[in-house]
Design a protein around this ligand. Structure first.
Ligand code: HMG
Length: 397
């Protein structure tokens, strides 16, 4: 029997994962004060305290490369045949963002690299594609990077739900962190809840519709999972949600509670919400950042145990939803209590609201193809150094 195989078939899932975020952070209390908004609206109404904000020489490539570099320092690159880069903050209509990461990390030439897009669902689409590749060739490993910069217009309702973050995941047979269950629940419905037409840097959004579409996705993907014989909620030690803002995860849990006819309050991932409330929306990475938080901080006071089954809801506007479940592996306990994600969030440089607004405006006014040299701002190890003839040159330290 090949490595990782069992009577249930090949065991495939997330062997290891790592989170990264941007150089800057903006306080939402300060943003509220500037906007003349009651800070409680952001802190309690949305469940958000801070938002990560990229330096001018950062983007989804540099943040994604950071997460992957840290991950690969632990796992090595042996057996990695594919890099799937999931993002909706694409910086090129043609060339995959993962190609720059491939160069920055000195990855082997004998790999395939591609970009995956479906709004915030892209990370899950890449994870599922990776799982399929590994199931076909269990000796191979796939690097999935979900990385995004969530950007809305200044003074728009979406502004306090901006953020930036990446999660890199190594997908393999016999995974040490989370083994994916073979069955998942899916739901797709074309809807104009959130979109970013070509040439636009900022997403357009119908906020109310987006919340309703997300909750429809929770209900319909759960019912699909149940119809396919997925586990009952009683068997899930924790349930995670895509988190455009913390309160949305709570709304998702409430909708699921009403669908299954049971109060699920204790199953919510408060650790994931605490991380998200500081990082903001990281789109494709968001639900996997919640997973990283769950693995690091456990559920409430309790760390996760090997064999615990967890569920997670992935949503991408437009819209595609998927409810996945999986079993926690032995490496989960070694991550518990490390405080690694909080340390990264603490390390960000505070950006005052006037400076944040100036950077936001300057980014919006600079066409992507404008020739420019970017002075070093980020303390991160990877940065965008130059744009020349529309081509981007990144550098690492
Ligand atoms: P809004 O109109 O500014 O806010 O937009 P609101 O008036 O609806 O208030 C929000 C909450 O704050 C409400 O609570 C208020 O009651 C409360 P709720 O009724 O929802 O429980 N509130 C207060 N609470 C305490 N003290 C106060 C106070 N005032 C009000 N003083 C909206 C909110 C989410 C629509 C906006 O931020 C937005 O457009 N965000 C972007 C879109 C979004 O995140 N949608 C979520 C679902 S879609 C999704 O997740 C996909 C996405 O990630 C993209 C992708 O897939 O790529 C976005």
């Amino acid at each position: 029997m090949p490595r990782g195989a069992s009577e249930r078939g090949i065991s495939v899932g997330i062997h290891d994962l790592e989170v990264a975020t941007s150089h800057f952070v903006v306080s939402l209390s300060e943003l509220a004060e500037h906007n003349g908004t009651d800070p409680a609206k952001y802190l309690i109404g949305l469940g958000q305290r801070e938002m990560s904000f990229p330096a001018p020489d950062e983007d989804a490539v540099t943040i994604g490369a950071e997460a992957a570099a840290e991950l690969l320092a632990r796992t090595g690159v042996e057996g990695i045949t594919t890099l799937l880069f999931a993002t909706e903050s694409g910086i090129d209509q043609s060339k995959a963002a993962g190609l720059w990461v491939h160069r920055l990390l000195g990855l082997p030439a004998s790999m395939r690299v591609a970009e995956v897009k479906q709004a915030c669902y892209g990370g899950t689409a890449a994870l599922q594609a990776a799982a399929g590749m590994v199931a076909r060739a269990p000796q191979e490993r796939v690097l999935v990077i979900a990385s995004d910069v969530a950007r809305y217009a200044l003074d728009s309702p979406g502004e306090p739900t901006q953020g930036a973050g990446a999660v890199a995941m190594l997908v393999s047979a016999a995974p040490a962190l989370v083994e994916l269950d073979p069955v998942s629940g899916r739901f797709t419905a074309e809807v104009d809840d959130f979109w970013r037409p070509n040439g636009m840097l900022e997403a357009l959004v119908d906020g109310e519709l987006s919340v309703a579409a997300y909750l429809d996705g929770v209900e319909s993907s759960w019912l699909d999972l149940a119809a396919r014989g997925g586990p009952s909620v009683e068997r899930l030690a924790a349930i995670l949600f895509h988190q455009p803002f913390g309160k949305m995860a709570q709304k998702g849990l409430r909708r699921l509670s009403s669908v299954v006819g049971r109060d699920l309050d204790g199953a919510g991932n408060t650790a994931g919400e605490a991380i998200n409330s500081r990082m903001g929306n990281s789109y494709a990475a968001s639900v996997y950042a919640a997973l990283a938080g769950l693995l690091e901080y456990g559920l409430g006071e309790e760390p996760l145990s090997t064999g615990d089954r967890i569920g997670w809801f992935s949503y991408g506007s437009g819209s595609v939803s998927e409810f996945l479940t999986g079993t926690v592996g032995p490496a989960a306990t070694t991550r518990s209590g490390s405080g690694g994600i909080a340390a990264k969030l603490d390390a960000r440089a505070a950006l005052g609201v006037p400076e944040y607004r100036a950077l936001h405006t300057a980014r919006g006014e600079t066409p992507e193809v404008t020739d420019r040299l970017l002075p070093r701002t980020t303390r991160g190890r990877f940065r965008l150094a130059e744009v020349r003839g529309g081509a981007r040159r990144y550098e690492g330290v």
